[in-house]
Design a protein around this ligand. Structure first.
Ligand code: HEC
Ligand code: HEC
Length: 264
């Protein structure tokens, strides 16, 4: 894509993009907007998070390998949107959907409370990084294609519910990027989908390698040795990564076939 075309897309994205992206997704915008405006209750957020810690860990740092993301420190509006999207089946991974149903998250208030709790958890910068093949190429790809939405340092945009990317595990970044590209993650921003259609193979590895090395700023990081005091008895030794192979969906298969002739 030429520079000119790229800037045109970005300009269009800037003027058409709204916080809920409601015209592109099935996000329940009334619940989303309600959760955004409620005053969070910290005690309730902590209680609800107990059911999340099994997978995301008591610190919210996820696990290397790509199955469980680091969610600690993510922007509050992003967490709210993702929870509602997962509940509505707009994201491909069925594993955590049961934990977003109305038994665990009974109301917009519950969503607001747990989102606030997670957003305030300090982050780790010991996330899994990529193979480091070509850092300069990764940096250039990121700067040319991603900064307008995700920011120069991967800081995201709270108002527009654009995720912060720093501190995320490499495997998770690659998987989500691929799922957004092939349409498995139905809540994706359609301008992003368009922007990244030309990315394949090494480009994806290099750009995500760069992103996985962006460090969260100091004020968002946990102190060395910090563990979440709300979970004094959690058996962290059991907390190890289990790899789960996901079969390709029809959308993924169609995408693979379309690009099989090689664009790499
Ligand atoms: C059974 C394991 C499991 C449990 C329990 C669980 N999650 Fe998740 N969560 C996941 C997985 C797996 C993903 C990645 C989903 C994907 O790949 O699309 C995820 C993704 C997320 C995301 C999106 C992160 C991002 O960067 O887009 C948020 C936010 C989240 N979980 C919050 C929660 C909250 C809040 C709870 C508790 C109410 C919870 N999770 C319980 C497994 C779990
Ligand atoms: C037009 C704006 C835009 C551009 C350009 C864009 N993104 Fe995104 N990106 C988004 C939005 C919005 C989301 C969240 C979509 C949703 O609600 O699920 C997202 C989600 C993501 C996610 C999933 C994060 C998570 O925590 O689940 C990754 C990874 C990502 N983008 C990487 C990139 C990279 C790398 C580039 C550049 C090659 C890029 N994006 C370009 C807007 C954009």
């Amino acid at each position: 894509m030429s520079c000119k075309q790229y800037f045109l897309i970005v300009a269009l994205a800037a003027c058409c993009f709204s916080v809920s992206a409601s015209d592109q997704t099935a996000t329940d915008t009334s619940e989303f907007h309600k959760a955004l405006t409620l005053t969070p209750n910290a005690d309730n957020g902590r209680e609800i998070y107990r059911s999340c810690a099994t997978c995301h860990g008591p610190e919210g740092w996820g696990r290397p390998g790509g199955e469980y993301p680091q969610i600690a420190g993510q922007l509050r509006n992003v967490i709210i949107k993702q929870l509602i999207d997962i509940r509505e089946g707009n994201r491909g991974n069925p594993m955590m959907r049961p934990f977003t149903d109305t038994r665990t998250l009974q109301s917009a208030q519950d969503i607001a409370d747990v989102a606030e709790y997670i957003a305030k958890l300090p982050m780790t910068n010991q996330n899994e990084t990529g193979p480091g093949f070509d850092p300069e190429h990764g940096r250039k790809l990121y700067q040319d294609n991603c900064t307008d939405c995700h920011g120069d340092r991967g800081e995201g945009d709270e108002k527009k519910a654009i995720p912060l990317l720093y501190g995320q595990h490499f495997g998770y970044l690659v998987r989500q990027f691929h799922w957004i590209q092939v349409g498995r993650r139905k809540n994706a921003d359609k301008d992003m989908v368009e922007q990244i259609q030309g990315f394949h193979g090494r480009d994806i590895t290099d750009v995500m390698d760069y992103v996985s090395r962006l460090s969260p700023p100091k004020e968002k990081l946990a102190r060395p040795g910090w563990t979440n005091p709300d979970f004094p008895h959690f058996d962290r030794g059991r907390f190890r990564y289990v790899n789960v192979e996901m079969p390709p969906t029809p959308e993924e298969q169609a995408f693979e076939e379309k690009t099989a002739s090689g664009n790499e």
